[in-house]
Design a protein around this ligand. Structure first.
Ligand code: TXA
Ligand code: MG
Length: 352
């Protein structure tokens, strides 16, 4: 299959862009697949109410079919039409955070096929905060099932060129809307449990949810990397976001971390390996490895969220064998950053 790539600027949706979005919407209504930007990461979209489309999504990603998809909507009435009821908590959270990087899990009704929910009676729903995504949803009939637009197991794409790398030839269209704003996938909160529970940390933090809802719990497999329990979001059990080289996270004081990584770099480079270091603006100049990249600024951790997946992909492009990364605070957006980094590293972390 030939994959068409169209460029659309979110801030400049002119007539040509609108035509392209109409065509993209028709592809989805006809059962085809389109990759598109959201504010979190790129999504691989198909008609959420068409079981064949969901099957195609799993096939294009090489994703296990017990891993449910998120349904993207553009308004509250469309949400109400596919769930048994809209819980009070969902209305409050939607008021506060939609459109935005928050996915809510509710009890589905018959309209949503089990192919989309991986066999579950619940459905994950979000309203993305991106004009291209919202217009595409409207043009597609209201419901787009969209996992991140990467091959299963690879870092989620935050720029269109990585959708092209993973999905070219497998889907009808890729919409290039530039680099996404946030860079990590949405926060997922389950509203079917007695106390709402965070199943995947993201830009919307536990504190922000608590401020709206009062009590909140967190799936403990997220915080405790040694937990052997099954995560409640099926997708969280898979090794994810994995770069091709080996990645190790190093935790300690700044000077301990720098000394340790420089020592390990020397050893690895002496044995002929290509080494990459994931540093920060504050520390970039202190490392001696062949390839050192800053992932952002510790003063503003959202810069780190924004660049993390891109930096992991860039190390793949440069065929790095071994990577060392600094560690981040496990609070605020840092919790989502560490969650993704630990998965990328297969939980390989050295505490000095
Ligand atoms: O930011 C995002 O959420 C992006 C963009 C494209 O919207 N999408 C995304 O989808 O990250 P994906 O498929 O890569 O991750 C969806 C996660 C998986 O871990 C899946 O297991 C979980 O959501 N999930 C989906 N439906 C669920 C359900 N009914 N119950 C529990 N977990 C669910
Ligand atoms: Mg994903």
């Amino acid at each position: 299959m030939e994959t068409e790539v169209v460029v659309i600027e979110e801030k400049k949706i002119d007539e040509k862009a609108r035509d392209n979005l109409k065509r993209a919407g028709k592809i989805i209504r006809d059962g085809g697949l389109v990759a598109f930007p959201t504010e979190t990461v790129y999504g691989l979209g198909g008609d959420a109410l068409n079981p064949m489309s969901s099957k195609k999504i799993y096939a294009a990603k090489g994703r296990p079919s017990d891993n449910p998809l998120i349904v993207h909507v553009a308004n509250m009435d469309d949400l109400a039409a596919i769930v048994q009821e809209v819980p009070d908590a969902a209305r409050k959270l939607a008021d506060a955070f939609w459109p935005g990087p928050l996915t809510m899990i509710m009890n589905k009704n018959k309209k949503v096929p089990y192919e989309t929910t991986g066999g579950l009676d619940t459905v994950a729903i979000r309203m993305p905060n991106n004009e291209i995504a919202l217009e595409l949803i409207r043009q597609s009939g209201g419901y787009i099932a969209a996992p991140s637009a990467n091959t299963s197991g690879r870092p989620s794409p935050t720029v269109a060129r990585y959708c092209v790398e993973d999905l070219s030839g497998k889907i009808e269209m890729i919409i290039d809307g530039g680099q996404v704003g946030i860079g990590l996938e949405s926060t997922i909160v389950d509203l079917t449990s007695q106390v709402p529970m965070i199943l995947r940390p993201g830009y919307i933090t536990a504190k922000m949810l608590e401020d709206v809802l009062g009590e909140i719990s967190i799936d403990k497999t997220i915080i405790d990397s040694s937990s052997t329990e099954r995560p409640k979001a099926p997708g969280m059990k898979y090794r994810h976001y994995a770069p091709k080289g080996d990645l190790m996270i190093v935790q300690g004081s700044q000077s301990q971390v720098v000394d340790y990584i420089n020592g390990k770099t020397k050893d690895a480079e002496a044995s002929g390996k290509r080494v990459g270091v994931i540093a920060t603006d504050e520390t970039k100049s202190l490392y001696q490895a062949h390839i050192v990249k800053s992932v952002g600024n510790r003063e503003d951790e959202s810069t780190i969220a924004h660049e993390l997946f891109k930096v992991l992909r860039e190390f793949d492009d440069e065929n790095v064998d071994v990577m060392f990364s600094e560690s981040f605070d496990d609070s605020g957006i840092g919790q989502a950053i560490m969650n993704r980094l630990l998965k990328a590293a297969g939980h390989h972390i050295i505490v000095l």
